[in-house]
Design a protein around this ligand. Structure first.
Ligand code: ZN
Ligand code: ZN
Length: 421
C-alpha cells in the first residue's frame, strides 16, 4: 500500500505540487523568522500561527487524497439482482458492470466510485472516498496561500520602504528572487485553486459530480426540443443532506459508494438509464469517415492550414495519426476538427485500452455517410460538441446492452418534474 502511494506521488503532478508547497512554506517561514528575530514577538504572532496550521493541513489533506484514493469498484462487479444489469453499462476493462455513479478512468485503469474527475496534481482520481480530503486540501491551500501572500508582501513592503534602515537581515538576491516567486505562486494558487474550490463546493452542495453535470445538461438538452419533462438529479436531497454526504470532521464519506440514497420518485438506476439513452443517441449520431490525407497526430498541424492551426479543440485529449484509406467512426464535430475512433482496432488487449481515438483535422477525411445535422453552423456544432464531451468518460457498451436500450431507452426515467412553460 505504501509503495503504491509512493508510486502515485512519484509523478510530475504531485512532485510539482509538493515543490510549490515546499517553496511557499519555506519562504514564508523565512520571512516570519526575520520578523520574529527582529521584533522579538515570539511565536504568538497570529499570522505565523495561522500559516503554520494551514500549511500543515494542506500537506495532511494532500497526502490523504493520494493515500485514501477515490475508492475502486471491484473487478467483475455485478449488481445483486442480475436483472438489473440491463440498466447498467458494461466495463470491458474491469470485466464487469459500472455501478451507479461509477465511471472507468483510463489513466487509473479502474472503475472509480462516484468519479468526479482525474486530478493530475494528486495523480489520482477524485471520487467517493477522497472527495472530502480533496476539498479540504483545496480549502486549506487557498487559506494558507492567502496568509502567506499577506506575510510575504508585508515583508517586501518593509524592504522597499525601509531600504536604508531595514530591520531584518538584508536578503541575498537569491532570497529576493525566491520570495517574489513565492508571491507569484501564492497569488496563482489563490486564484486557480480558489476557482476549483468554488466548483467543488458547488458540486457538493448539488450532490452532482463534474461528470454528472454533463449528463444532466445533455439530458435536458435532449428534452429541450420535445414536450418531455425536465430531468432532475436523483441524488440531490437538499443542500444540507448533500453536504453531509461529503463533508465531515474526519473527511470520510458515508456509504459503500455503490448504493446511494435517492430523492423521492427516483430509484438506483434513474441516472444510468439516462446514460444508456444518451449512449444510444451518440451511436445514432456517429458517422463513418474515410481518410484521404495523412494525419500526423500533431497538436500544431501546420500543413493543414492556418484556420485548422488556430482553432484547435480546447482539451488535452490525444490527437491521432491516420493513414490514407483508414476508416474512422466520428462522434464529435468541430469546425476544423473531428473526434473519432479508428475502425478495425481491437478495443481491449490484456485489460488495457487499445483503441486509437482522438482528434484529427477535418480536412483529412471525407464522410462516407451524411449526418442529418452535419453543417458548419458553429453554434449548433459547439453545442453538440459540448454535450458530447461527457461521453468521453463512458467506455464501450456491450451489444446486449445496446439492444436493451434500442427497444426503449428512456421509458424508465422515473424522476421528473414539470418543465416550466
Ligand atoms: Zn472499469
Ligand atoms: Zn483516474
Amino acid at each position: 500500500m505504501c509503495f503504491a502511494v509512493f508510486k502515485r506521488i512519484c509523478s510530475w503532478g504531485p512532485l510539482v505540487a509538493l515543490a510549490i508547497i515546499k517553496l511557499i512554506t519555506s519562504m514564508t517561514l523565512h520571512c516570519c523568522r526575520n520578523k520574529l528575530v527582529s521584533n522579538g514577538i515570539g511565536v504568538t504572532d497570529p499570522s505565523f500561527i495561522a500559516f503554520m496550521i494551514f500549511s500543515g493541513l494542506t500537506l495532511y489533506h494532500f497526502i490523504n487524497s493520494v493515500y485514501e484514493g477515490p475508492g475502486y469498484l471491484p473487478y467483475k462487479w455485478m449488481p445483486e439482482n442480475f436483472n438489473d444489469v440491463k440498466y447498467l453499462q458494461a466495463c470491458n476493462f474491469c470485466n464487469g458492470y459500472k455501478a451507479p455513479r461509477s465511471h472507468h478512468c483510463r489513466r487509473c485503469n479502474r472503475c472509480i466510485l462516484k468519479m468526479d474527475h482525474h486530478c493530475p496534481w494528486i495523480n489520482n482520481c477524485v471520487g467517493h472516498k477522497n472527495h472530502g480530503y480533496f476539498t479540504a486540501f483545496l480549502a486549506s491551500a487557498v487559506v494558507g496561500c492567502c496568509i502567506s501572500t499577506y506575510i510575504l508582501i508585508n515583508w517586501m513592503i518593509t524592504l522597499l520602504y525601509m531600504r536604508q534602515t531595514f530591520p531584518y537581515q538584508f536578503p541575498s538576491v537569491l532570497v529576493l528572487f525566491l520570495v517574489i516567486t513565492s508571491i507569484g505562486f501564492s497569488i496563482g494558487v489563490v486564484v486557480a485553486v480558489g476557482m476549483l474550490l468554488y466548483f467543488q463546493i458547488s458540486s457538493i452542495v448539488k450532490n452532482q459530480t463534474g461528470i454528472e453535470s454533463w449528463i444532466l445538461e445533455k439530458a435536458n438538452y435532449r428534452r429541450s426540443t420535445t414536450a418531455e419533462e425536465i430531468f432532475v438529479n436523483p441524488y440531490s436531497k437538499g443542500w444540507l443532506f448533500n453536504i453531509k454526504q461529503v463533508v465531515s470532521w474526519h473527511c470520510t464519506a458515508p456509504g459503500n459508494g455503490i448504493d446511494w440514497p435517492v430523492a423521492e420518485g427516483c430509484d438506483q438506476y434513474t441516472l444510468t438509464r439516462e446514460q444508456l439513452a444518451q449512449k444510444y443517441e451518440k451511436r445514432k449520431r456517429a458517422r463513418k469517415y474515410r481518410v484521404i490525407k495523412k494525419a500526423t497526430g500533431s497538436w500544431c498541424p501546420i500543413s493543414h492550414g492556418f484556420k485548422t492551426l488556430c482553432s484547435p479543440p480546447i482539451t488535452d485529449e490525444t490527437r491521432i495519426k491516420l493513414d490514407v484509406g483508414d476508416l474512422v467512426i466520428v462522434t464529435r464535430w468541430r469546425n476544423k476538427w473531428l473526434f473519432g475512433e479508428k475502425e478495425g482496432v481491437k478495443a481491449v488487449v490484456d485489460g488495457k485500452d487499445n483503441r486509437v481515438r482522438g482528434w484529427f483535422p477535418r480536412a483529412c477525411a471525407i464522410p462516407l455517410t451524411e449526418r442529418p445535422e452535419d453543417n458548419d453552423n458553429d453554434a449548433s456544432n459547439m453545442h453538440n460538441c459540448a454535450l458530447d464531451d461527457e461521453v468521453k468518460y463512458l467506455s464501450q457498451n456491450t451489444s446486449s446492452l445496446s439492444k436493451s436500450t434500442e427497444t426503449d431507452p428512456v421509458s424508465n426515467h422515473s424522476k421528473k418534474r414539470k418543465k416550466d412553460k
